[in-house]
Each structure stands twice: as C-alpha cells, then as structure tokens.
Design a protein. Sequence first.
Length: 48
Amino acid sequence: MAERKGSISGLTDEEAQEFHRFWVQGFVGFTAIAVVAHVLVWAWRPWL
C-alpha cells in the first residue's frame, strides 16, 4: 500500500486551522445567541 501523507481528512494544516477557526466562531456565535435568547425569555417569564 502507498503511504498516506497529511491527515485523515485530507486537509492540509493550514486548511484544517482555517476550518477550525470558522467552526469555533460559529459555535461562539450560536452560544451567544442562545444565551441572549435565554436571558430574554427569563426576563419575560422567570422559571425559578
């Protein structure tokens, strides 16, 4: 068998880092929206 070079995904290090950066930004954005939504709902109808 031929030797495999690079990662399992086939991405280079630079491509993997770029993908990771966008993945983290998306996760942080989603989390921020979820936190704001929860605060607004709690302000409207507190559940505790």
